[in-house]
Design a protein. Structure first.
Length: 32
């Protein structure tokens, strides 16, 4: 139960990190 919850949390975090990273990457490329 705890492990499943942790995995779900990790996948949600990685999804958010990917979105933030791609947004920052686009901003940096567009800025240059």
């Amino acid at each position: 139960m705890g492990i499943e919850h942790a995995n779900k949390k990790a996948s949600e975090i990685s999804k958010e990190n990917r979105a933030v990273f791609s947004w920052i990457f686009r901003w940096i490329v567009g800025y240059k």
